[in-house]
Design a protein around this ligand. Structure first.
Ligand code: NAP
Length: 312
């Protein structure tokens, strides 16, 4: 803990994506001097994306990292404190609640959890061994390294299309590998992929192995067609995962109610969790909408719920 870190806060916010920072803007403007634990990826998932075209107020789009930088500055302007660390442990037994972070513990009268979600992996041994050697879950971060190379994108949702489209800026060819014969992505995004001459789709295909662990670099992937059972090796130098996310809720297990996938349960129409005084906003409690604007909206709701709980 640094000298400026207070041992007690009226409101602590865990997470610094659109939900956490919106909660910070509202609670700071209500003079609660909130503290935000920014976590391992300050700014959240939008910092790993490029142009955001669907956040209202930006007719010409805005870059994800810029949007988050601006939200942070807006929260700071009203007196939000920031701690660039991760909350490792919580005690929600009774208020004040205790949060233990990398550099020490503090207490808070109310807590807003906006810890977001993290990318999923297939779970293949070869995939894990080649992480950082051609295997990535962030095209925005690593796409630059694949200039004129062939890459695969695994998944069939909006993220897969978005990642594939972005990668065509660099790559010679992008093959989307999808386990079914129809994409989950919205029709608009699908059309974007089908119209792009650099994008192909390997339908009904699952990845059995990423090659080549022995040479410590990605040289291809062994795919199996789920309908015919036929295997093929698709040569590539980059391998990008876009198969959804898991909420960052491990630290709250046993303390808060959550669903079978680990999303925090909130009371309908509110951000209240199963513990009075603890609120949840954004992707950590939303497996359905998962948009920056819905996260920001629920961050606002959590701020107002926390303020009402604290009696103001
Ligand atoms: P998603 O919609 O859950 O899609 C995940 C994709 O990965 C699905 O196609 C799924 O296949 C596939 N998948 C999951 N597990 C797999 C596995 N183990 N092996 C192989 N494939 C697997 O996730 P998302 O694409 O990250 O999107 C999340 C949310 O963000 C959505 O609501 C989406 O609309 C939104 N989003 C919007 C935009 C935008 O509008 N610009 C951009 C990105 C994301 P199945 O289809 O067979 O289940």
């Amino acid at each position: 803990m640094t000298a400026t870190d207070k041992p007690h806060h009226r409101i602590a916010i865990i997470g610094s994506g659109p939900a956490g920072l919106t909660a910070a803007i509202y609670t700071a403007r209500a003079l609660f001097e909130p503290v935000v634990f920014e976590g391992l990826q300050p700014g959240g998932q939008l910092t790993t994306t490029t142009e955001v075209e669907n956040y209202p107020g930006f007719p010409e789009a805005v870059m994800g990292p810029q949007l988050m930088q601006d939200m942070r500055a807006q929260a700071a302007r009203f007196g939000t404190q920031f701690r660039q660390e991760t909350v490792q442990q919580v005690d929600f037994g009774k208020p004040p609640f205790t949060l233990t972070a990398d550099s020490g513990a503090c207490t808070a009268d109310a807590v807003i959890i906006a810890a977001g979600a993290s990318a999923n992996w297939l779970g293949l041994e070869s995939e894990q061994k080649l992480r950082g050697h051609g295997v990535s879950a962030c095209a925005t971060c690593d796409g630059f390294f694949f200039r004129d190379k062939d890459v695969l994108v695994i998944g069939g949702g909006d993220s897969a299309i978005e990642e594939a489209s972005f990668l065509t800026r660099f790559a010679a060819k992008v093959t989307i590998v999808h386990r079914r014969d129809a994409l989950r992505a919205s029709k608009f995004m699908q059309q974007k992929a089908f119209d792009n001459p650099k994008i192909e789709v390997a339908w009904d295909s699952v990845v059995e192995e990423v090659l080549d662990v022995a040479s410590k670099q990605v040289t291809g992937a062994r795919l199996r067609n789920v309908k015919t059972g036929a295997e093929q090796i698709l040569p590539c130098q980059g391998f990008f995962l876009a198969i959804g996310h898991t909420p960052n809720t491990a630290v709250f297990k046993g303390q808060l109610d959550m669903d079978e996938k680990g999303y925090l349960s909130t009371k309908p129409g509110s951000t209240a969790t199963s513990v009075a005084g603890v609120f949840a906003a954004g992707d950590v409690q939303d497996h359905r909408y998962r948009q920056a604007i819905t996260a920001a909206g629920s961050g606002c709701m959590a701020a107002l719920d926390a303020e009402a709980y604290l009696g103001r």
